[in-house]
Design a protein around this ligand. Sequence first.
Ligand code: ZN
Length: 679
Amino acid sequence: MKFFNIISKTKFLKSPMGDLGGRLFNLFLLLFITVSVSSNAQTYETQFTKPLGKVLQEIGTRFNVKIKYDVDTVGKIVPYADFRIRPYSVEESLTNVLTLFDYKFAKQDEKTYKIKTYEYPRRTPEDGKKFLTYLNTLYKDQTQWNARKTCLQKEVREKLGIDPILLKRVKSKPILSKVRNFNGYSVQNFAIETLPGLYVCGSIYNPLSKGKHALILCPNGHWADGRYNKDEQTRFGTLARMGATCVSYDLFGWGESELQVTYTAHRTSAAHVIQIMNGLSILDYMLTRKDIDAKRVASNGGSGGGSQVVLLSVLDNRFTAACPTVSLSSHFDGGCPCESGMPVSLACGGTNNAELMATFAPKPVCVISDGKDWTASVPELEYPYLQHIYGFYNAEKNVSNVHLPTEGHDFGINKRKAVYDFFISTFSLDRSKLDESKVTIEAKEAMYSFGAKGEKMPVNAIKSFDQVEKYFNKKTDAKIHSDIDLEKRAQTFVDSLHLNDKEKSARIKAVITKHMKAVRDWHNEHPYTLVPEGINPITGAVFNKIHREVIINSTKPALVHEALMTGLRKDLTEAQVEKILDLYTIGKVAFTMKGYRAIVPNITEKEETYILTQLKLAREQAVDYKSMKGISTIFEIYKDKCEKYLNENGRSWKQMYRDFTNKIKAEKEAAKKAGAEKK
Ligand code: ZN
């Protein structure tokens, strides 16, 4: 490990031979280390090191097992390697070795072990059992559980970062397609603008029956063909025929969303937040419709769609039922960044999807699980745990589990039957209409809102993920706010000129805003620390922070300042330009001049002219500083010049200043006395 720290550090060493030379040097170092490691004697001095690849090979041979791996073992060194081997246990030996790295092993059969990299969202069923046992010690009754639930509901929002994003949403009417009528139901495509220019597209499966319908939000999982998948269409059509309005919508970066942000955007933490925002935005819209019964609102999704069901259920109490399918587990949070990209499972000191689903108690929930994925443990672990929490409300009957031990990870007919049964009983759907064969499977193009080639995409639609990312960047957030502040400030400057000329005002505002932003950005990118600490060769004083700031600022491109001055002079009189500069420097010229007039007895016209000229120079230089401190420092420099001038022309600044302060003191005392006498 030590050796590789050395190598990584050498990356930062600038080689006098340039880049190529540096690489050669690193290569040489690597060779040197590799040679020195492999020729290491097995002694205390060399920490008995062996390369990881060799150690694994030896473990395989010793225990007569096959060790498979696609993890990177190159350059990985195991100190005290042979001492980590336990002759009686291959698993303990592997644990002792792999614990040094972010690796773990999985037993594939009696003779095969697979080495894997650590996966933060995935644990073992044993871990799940321990986790639930631990959680059960935290709450013994409904009161204690409610306290935990309050914490979870709050911290899940924070960990997901959903609220700042919800605030950035736009309010606009959904774009709706023509309605396509089928046997007992209809389908209509929609596109809802969420963040400015970002759309979520989907299809609404509506019953043909009159009156208010139950609503089932159907977030999609990572199924082949996404929401256009035959299993998905079949489920939505069948539920709609029985009386529930189903809304199916794309994953972020899938389906029509791919047109906007491409598929790579899906594998980001932003997908975790955006998919939940999409769900909540669709819910907002659907609940404005007169054909929806707000008392019957559910979500149902499989796999990654099930992960969304859990989050939606935690975040929004408008849901009255939930059905996570082949997804809910205490030991797996979902392996895609759209399920675990944000640290939701760290809420309240650590949680998992089983506990998060429990926050839904006592409202009806049905967990559908199978025997061949991470939901295989549901009957033994997660379901009894949920029943226990529902027991706090005497509502055990409201939580159910349909477990399909011989089945795998899909949304096949038996899972769909379980979904139908749950919603027939929970939402009083019409079982007599249950007939999947009556559903029409549409071509995916028919289900597009933006047309087969995206030709109907709105003009304001964003076309790259970069344009979405900015909503997640706190730095950008701060910049947006700062931009707003600067524009406001520039506006007050312009207003003070009372120009009565809209176009001119706009031009002046633009010049000032551009300058302010350039100054801010330049300062932010050029901290004073870029100037090394040192000693002023003239005064012998050590440079302080503000000196260093002045030095770094002197390297700012002259253009920044020139653009401001030329821009102002193009439209304004010299007096108006001065007014703007005074606003930048909060009237420091007049204020300081007043001070000199008070301190210098019988100040001459020549003296005044000199001082005023200097202060105006200070002012023009100070406008390029972001902070008040910087502005003051510039004035101090010019004030020093003025005082030097006075000293060189028959005045003593020290004496005048002393006389002035004494005079002020005397006046104050006199005023005090007078005040006391009056009393
Ligand atoms: Zn995903």
